[in-house]
Design a protein around this ligand. Sequence first.
Ligand code: ATP
Length: 205
Amino acid sequence: MSLATLPPQRIGVFGGAFDPPHVAHVALARAAIAQLQLDALHIIPTGHAWHKTRTLSPAVHRLAMTRLAFAGVDKVVVDARETLRSGPSYTVETLEALRAEYPAAQFFLIVGEDQAQSLGTWHRWQDVLQLAIICVAARAGFTRASPLFEALHLAPTAFQLIEMPPMDVSATDIRLRVANHQSTDALVFEPVARYIDHHHLYQTA
Ligand code: ATP
């Protein structure tokens, strides 16, 4: 097959604070790769999360934990670009940069349902919709009766659902557990748990 006849690459983009990365992030990545038949999935820890009120852990730690959490997941590329940029991390700018690198690719933006609900507040969200298909994974509590579910079905070319069993796991809960000396088994992978311990992360709630 010549280069001209190669089908466009299917590239997933999955951003987050990953403070810390947990088992639901990895389950979502695996489901996205399989269901969207991705050629690559860029996992992109945010630099400055404009939409989160708390101060994130230093990017160097979040990047290191993200590499540990996703090691061994085929097709994943841990992409540091947002942590290297100054100013707020806007998804639209990340997608524009990726499109410049892969002009023929189709992009799939992977988000949890909570993020999808607030899509209308994102910087230049209309441009985001032009740049990528928004792929939404249900979080615990998401039901087919939710207004978002209706929106997904009204605009089937702009949105896709990623099917995965709801997992009641959040980084907030994990940070609290660490601060309270409770177990995080089954919530983070062992190398991430060891990293948290070694670097004394999340000691205060
Ligand atoms: P925090 O509790 O600190 O807000 P978080 O657990 O939501 O963090 P993020 O790094 O903010 O983790 O999430 C990155 C992406 O992963 C977001 O799109 C979020 O909706 C999604 N996500 C996180 N946890 C889950 C989960 N349990 N199920 C489905 N999607 C999830």
